[in-house]
Ligand binder design. Sequence first.
Ligand code: FAD
Length: 493
Amino acid sequence: MSERPQHPQHLVVVGHGMAAVRLVELLVGGGWIEQGHALTVIGEEPGPAYNRILLSAVLEGTHDASSTVLRDESWYVDRGVALRTGVRVAEIDREAGEVVLVDRSRVAYDRLVLATGSVPSLPPIRGMVRPEGTLHERVHAFRSASDCRGLVAALADRRTPVRRAVVVGGGLLGLQVARALGARTGHGAVVTEVVEGAEHVLSRQLDRNGAGILARDLARLGTTVYTGARAVRLVASPQPEHAVGVRLDNGHVLATDLVVLTAGGRPSTALARRAGLDVRRGVVVDDALTTTDPRIHAIGDCAQHAGKVSGFVGPAWDQAAALAGRLLGDPTPYAGVREVARLRATGLDVAVLGDPEAATAAAGEVVEMTNPITRSHRKLVVRDGRVVAAALVGDLSRVGLLTQYVERGTVLGPHEPGDLLLPEKRTGSTGPADLPDDTEVCACAGVSAGAVRACGSLDDVRATTRATTGCGGCSGTVRALLAARTPVGALGG
Ligand SMILES: Cc1cc2nc3c(=O)[nH]c(=O)nc-3n(C[C@H](O)[C@H](O)[C@H](O)COP(=O)(O)OP(=O)(O)OC[C@H]3O[C@@H](n4cnc5c(N)ncnc54)[C@H](O)[C@@H]3O)c2cc1C
């Protein structure tokens, strides 16, 4: 059933991150304000909303902070959207239909959208938190623009030079941060060590073979990885030239100048839980992205749909689009989380479709090729002739095709999975410009090669499809597709 309201309604969005901005853009573009409805966005972080994924590029020095801004304040003013930043929603009063802000002021809603994202979980490292509750001056979390500013300032502070850093957590975010620190341009690279409690890096996405290829890449790029070891205590540095030491549970102490915490996050659900909504790992929503209260929806990292929470921007944007559609009168149900994880890190190429480890455990047939010489790993999990999950390290040239196979449930012939493991032929027409129209090129926004070809310029691609505006991993392919159809010099952006 369509959610399209019959009477003027006030929609309040809690959170001003990547999902919220997408929702607001789509509602405004679809005529929400023109139809006489009101829209208020309340975000805890001060300043404009930004592309969180690009924070590691700011850390690396390839982007400045201003290039991560999604929409500035004037954009909201010009479109009649009320924006309140730097203020947290403390409570939802469902009976009154109001949200209560930390300053105890109240904002009434007819409908409420929770887009509160996730919160970093801090690993239990003794000595890391000072008695007053703040992190030790040499320890930084990495999730927000403010964390990023703090880290960049620490790296630039000449009084406390940073030559070495320890990154706690060898997941997608940890590797992103480690590579950003190692590849920092213009300020001197930092020697980086990664500590990961599991037996290998990216343990949630890769098997031992895939992670082995990645570990070799990291070593080649100058990053040392300690696996099967947990950081347990902040101690004095064993070397006078470094500021602190990180003791591991095997007794080893790493001398360092900086510690960055990237060991996971969890959906931000406290508000929903206190309001009595159904919360498991995330805020539980149905196919209409509605919680157990019909007036309250949830999207993005905080939401749990069909038992899954995502943690990636692609699903957050899909959910924003599905909810905006419903509110504007399109009853199409949300089809579920597209599971595509891509590592955005200089010199490291990893893409994971679905959950290869779970799919393998659920009696999937594994077709796999690991080539340490070319530093590539491809693993497909096949069930009843369909690719249900895949992991690629090194060479990502087949990611578009595989995404298509996974999403469409294409039944392959007996030789096809094996053929997909082989490198593409070096001869003939196999460049990005030759991709079939229906091949997905942007995993964040779910954009096909044909949709890019239909655009006149890079700016047009960004505005109409959102390709390149998420993790940016598709930029090269998009440029190649445009270049193949656009005279040189007309690309812009
Ligand atoms: C450093 C980093 C790198 C990443 N890299 C990638 C990547 O390469 N690819 C990818 O797909 N994903 C990546 N992600 C994940 C991606 O950023 C998230 O999936 C995406 O931001 C989800 O959007 P969201 O709006 O749900 O949450 P967020 O963008 O986190 O926004 C939530 C907002 O809600 C605010 N909020 C929370 N509670 C309240 C409250 N009570 N009142 C008011 N405001 C509140 C928060 O302060 C925050 O600003 C990365 C994340 C980080 C941190």
